[in-house]
Structure formats: structure tokens, C-alpha cells
Design a protein around this ligand. Structure first.
Ligand code: HEM
Length: 158
């Protein structure tokens, strides 16, 4: 019995999300805390906005597909006054997928994207963000969208 519950805990730690609506199968997102005793850090959108680069004493965060990255190392891109500062402090997956810096595109609703755009987004997600920047947490919308699959442990409720 104890062994079974240990296995269950291990399985629940790894939650896998992917989108298979069109032909293109989006890259899988795994949610995990920093270590097995720590739940994953979950950000609200207003919490994430505190890290938009306007306060130089704070790190700079941005999210892609609901995954929050610490992009402080990329301050030249995302810091105050930098070319991609609009992308900081939020999840602008739609803007990244469509190569836009327009205000109206600064959101994370990617449901209207073509397979090519979804693939482009994943290329940046993997090739730039996951490769260059540490993950610091996940946005609440990602957890809510997949509430049925996310264990209480990951939500920090245990
Ligand atoms: C005239 C248009 C543009 C030019 C010339 C340009 C140029 C560049 C250059 C030179 C880099 C740095 C590559 C590197 O050093 O690794 C870069 C990175 C990037 N660009 Fe652009 N860009 C343009 C438009 C855009 C637009 C419209 C977006 C909208 C989302 C965008 C998003 C990005 C992102 C997300 C990165 C990665 C930054 C990082 O490594 O953290 N770019 N771009």
C-alpha cells in the first residue's frame, strides 16, 4: 500500500499538457516544483505584472504558453525601454506566435492560431525561452485549464 502511494505521488508530480486540436501536436508542458517537497509556484496575471521591468530592483519575468520564465539575463531585450519590453510581465504568447508587438496582440489566447503559427510559437518556446532562461513558475490560467489533471500537491494545497 505504501509502495503504491509512493508511485502515485511520483506520477502526480508530472502533469503533461499538449494541444492536439489541429494536425500540429504542440510541445508538451510539464509542471513541477523546484524539488519534490515544493509545490510549483503559481502566478496570477497581476502578480506577474509586478515583474515587467519597470522596477530595476526586481527580476524581469515573462510567460509563454503559461510557463513563467526569469528573463532578467535578457534585460537588453525586455528591460525598461528595451525593444521587447511590452512582452515582459505578461503572457503574450499570441504576440510571439504572430511576431507582433501591437498592444492588441499582447495576450495568451492562441486558439485561433494556424498550425504553422503554433509550431513557430513552440520553436521560440523551446529554442529561445526553455534554452536560455530558468522557469520560475506557471500561470493560474494554465492550471485552471487543466484542473482535472493537476494534483493538489502541485497546487500547493497539501
Ligand atoms: C524589424 C523587425 C525585427 C528585427 C530586426 C528583430 C531582430 C532581432 C534580433 C537581432 C534578435 C536577437 C537575436 C539574438 O541575439 O539571439 C531578436 C530576438 C528576438 N525577437 Fe526580434 N526582431 C524584429 C521583430 C520582432 C518582433 C515583431 C517580435 C515580436 C514578438 C520579436 C521578438 C523577438 C524575441 C522574442 C526575441 C528573443 C529575445 C531573447 O533571446 O530573449 N522580434 N530579434
Amino acid at each position: 500500500m505504501a509502495a503504491t502511494s509512493r508511485i502515485l505521488t511520483a506520477v502526480l508530480f508530472l502533469v503533461i499538457f499538449s494541444n492536439s486540436k489541429g494536425k500540429y501536436q504542440q510541445v508538451v508542458i510539464e509542471i513541477a516544483g523546484k524539488n519534490e517537497n515544493e509545490p510549483a509556484k503559481i502566478f496570477s496575471e497581476s502578480e506577474l505584472r509586478q515583474f515587467d521591468g519597470s522596477d530595476s530592483d526586481k527580476p524581469v519575468y515573462l510567460a509563454v504558453r503559461g510557463v513563467v520564465f526569469d528573463v532578467t539575463e535578457g534585460k537588453d531585450f525586455y528591460g525598461k525601454g528595451a525593444a521587447y519590453n511590452q512582452l515582459a510581465g505578461k503572457d503574450a504568447s499570441y504576440a510571439i506566435a504572430t511576431w507582433s508587438l501591437e498592444d492588441k496582440d499582447m495576450h495568451h489566447d492562441i486558439s485561433s492560431l494556424s498550425d504553422n503559427e503554433l509550431k513557430g510559437l513552440d520553436d521560440v518556446f523551446i529554442g529561445t525561452y526553455k534554452k536560455k532562461y530558468p522557469i520560475v513558475g506557471y500561470l493560474q490560467y494554465l492550471i485552471d485549464k487543466h484542473a482535472d489533471k493537476v494534483s493538489e500537491r502541485l497546487r500547493g494545497e497539501l
